[in-house]
Design a protein around this ligand. Sequence first.
Ligand code: TYD
Length: 208
Amino acid sequence: MSKGIFITMEGPDGSGKSTQIDLLREYLEKEGYDVLITREPGGTRISEAIREVILNKEYTEMSPVTEMLLYASARAQLINEVVGPALESGKAVISDRFVDSSLVYQGIARGLGVENVYNINLQAIGKYMPDVTFLLDLPADIGIARKKDQKELDRMESESLQFHRDVAEGYRSLAERFPDRIEKIDATLPIDRICDIIKVRINELLAK
Ligand code: TYD
């Protein structure tokens, strides 16, 4: 076990993770935590460079295995350089996506298998599994419509609606598989309701 707390935020594209991360940061800072926020893929110089490759819309020929290994590589660097040291020094780390994204997007939606993707990712994450993971559950159609309104879609967001439906369904099945760690929240609820649900769970964690 590390000294800090490790929280991850997951959900389909457009599920409102960043808004909740900002609210959670404020709350944890009030509780006296030194908070570090990071995102995947990215969060270090090398991981951001890998992100550019993974999300580049021109690379339509990328194989699922290449994609999985690139995400795992970006993750390995992030853990080694940022997340691991922050947790060891007692910080609260909130990550916008982590290994569950690979389990769902590559393991389920791309069909590489959850066990297979998890085993490969063990090399990247070592002992660092999240203490709690919030899944912002949203129907795929709503998430992608929200994204389209905001910006040009990247390589993953440009995938078919069926792919995004598989992602949304994949997340639900993952939450059933890891009920102790993953808290599923209805992302169509008002922002402050979602935030309250998150705070309740965080308080339970801090009381342990
Ligand atoms: P990003 O723009 O960060 O999406 P969002 O704002 O929805 O979090 O892009 C990350 C994309 O990469 C997103 O479509 C999910 C996907 N992804 C994977 O397929 N596997 C992974 O392991 C991770 C971390 C992300």
